[in-house]
Design a protein around this ligand. Structure first.
Ligand code: HEM
Length: 393
């Protein structure tokens, strides 16, 4: 079934109410138009069963998608199809294996400990976003790169500014902001590369440069892969960490549960990711006629796969708006990390980083309180908290 309707009726991408809480819109879509031909010309897919199948469908392309102002992302693993995708993915795989992540977790732990020591000295109040989640994840990705953790706030801003154009509702103002962010990043990364050439080491950027010298990466691929890993190294993981902390602050029983029942920790993290899915959607282009439920989509059409909606589909997750850390893992695989060929390359790291923060907090403090109202900068693509003041005791 495909419903033709004005954008405002079913999926008003720019509407502040929709951006603040898309769940009711998703519920209506799943019920009334699970394959919705949006008036802007894309097909929006919202049911878990369809999204899970399509996200693993190798006939769908990202290379052929028009990224518009975000075109440089085609020089990264995120914007390529096989065989270039396979080539680029292979170059970074070994940096994010469970064994490598054990190393990176130690860096994360040291950063979290230092942040919390400082917060305690200052009376226990801090911003869970910039002071804790951003700083610790940023220091970790810089360590992986083999560079000093400088320009943290500028990198956070440039990354966010790129994100504003990644959703289907973006407009000319967003594209201008994104264009400037790409320019900033390109200059920044070129300077970083020059510095690394002059001061070689053994980090991920050194590895990229060695691959470039061996003819396995182009210069643009190096520049924009550095951008990609700066971005993914803090953006979504920050959201997972902050939403987990917020959940503990609003439901204090979880402090004891997380501390005393290590077995439930993966379930807790999965549930934060499911309910508060950081990236709400991924896009693909059909390269051949593709049947989705009762709808046949021709070749050359853009599919917007709503992973945020799939993760709230009651067919896959009974009582989907309820936080339940005991959901059976096998029966309900959330799609927050995507899946298939482009499934998240950093999910082991992301889970480990979140666990370092949560475990350290519950071991050190018996009370985590909100010390002010959170502020949000959600777009239709990305769930995002700008600030979450907390008090630790
Ligand atoms: C909570 C944290 C994270 C979430 C929710 C997340 C989510 C995602 C999603 C949904 C995709 C798939 C995009 C698509 O199919 O188009 C993806 C891809 C990717 N993620 Fe993550 N991510 C997280 C953390 C990380 C971290 C920490 C890293 C590494 C430092 C990372 C590296 C990547 C890479 C390289 C890709 C592209 C994979 C490919 O195209 O083959 N992510 N991530």
């Amino acid at each position: 079934m495909t419903i033709e309707a004005p954008a405002a009726e079913l999926l008003p991408f720019r509407d502040p109410g929709y951006r603040a809480d898309p769940a009711p819109y998703y519920a209506r879509l799943r019920a009334e138009a699970p394959v919705y031909r949006h008036p802007i010309g894309v097909y929006v897919v919202s049911r878990y069963e369809d999204v899970a199948k399509l996200i693993r469908n190798p006939t769908l392309s990202v290379r052929k998608l028009d990224f518009g102002v975000a075109d440089p992302l085609h020089d990264t693993v995120l914007g390529q199809d096989a065989p270039d995708h396979t080539r680029l993915r292979r170059i970074t795989n070994r940096w994010f294996t469970p064994k490598a992540v054990e190393e990176w977790s130690k860096v994360m732990q040291a950063s979290v400990d230092a942040v919390l020591d400082k917060a305690v000295e200052a009376g226990g109040t801090l911003d869970a976003v910039d002071d804790l989640a951003l700083r610790s994840t940023f220091e970790t990705i810089c360590h992986i790169f083999g560079v000093e953790p400088t320009k943290m706030l500028e990198i956070q801003k440039a990354t966010y500014d790129i994100g504003v154009s990644l959703g289907p509702g973006s407009d000319e103002d967003d594209w201008r902001v994104t264009g400037e962010a790409f320019e900033w990043y390109e200059q920044h990364n070129r300077a970083l590369i020059d510095h690394k050439r002059a001061h070689p080491g053994s980090g991920l950027i050194d590895h990229f440069l060695a691959e470039q010298d061996a003819g396995n990466m182009t210069e643009n691929e190096v520049i924009f892969s550095i951008l990609l890993f700066f971005a993914v190294g803090h953006l979504d993981i920050k959201h997972l960490i902050v939403q987990g902390i917020r959940h503990m602050a609003e439901h204090p029983e979880y402090i004891g549960i997380y501390r005393d029942q290590p077995d439930i920790r993966p379930g807790f993290i999965n549930e934060v990711l499911r309910i508060e899915t950081p990236e709400q959607m991924v896009s693909r282009l059909t390269t051949q006629e593709t049947v989705i439920g009762d709808t046949t989509v021709p070749a050359g059409e853009v599919l917007v796969l709503l992973i945020g909606s799939a993760n709230r589909d009651p067919e896959a997750f009974p009582d989907p708006d309820r936080f339940d850390h005991n959901r059976p893992a096998a029966a309900s695989q959330h799609l927050a990390f995507g899946s298939g060929q482009h499934g998240c390359a950093g999910q082991v790291l992301a889970r480990a980083q979140a666990d370092v923060v949560f475990t350290t907090l519950v071991n050190r403090f018996s009370t985590i309180e909100l010390a002010g109202e959170p502020t949000f900068t959600h777009t239709e693509f990305l769930r995002s908290i700008a600030h979450l003041p907390i008090r630790l005791r």
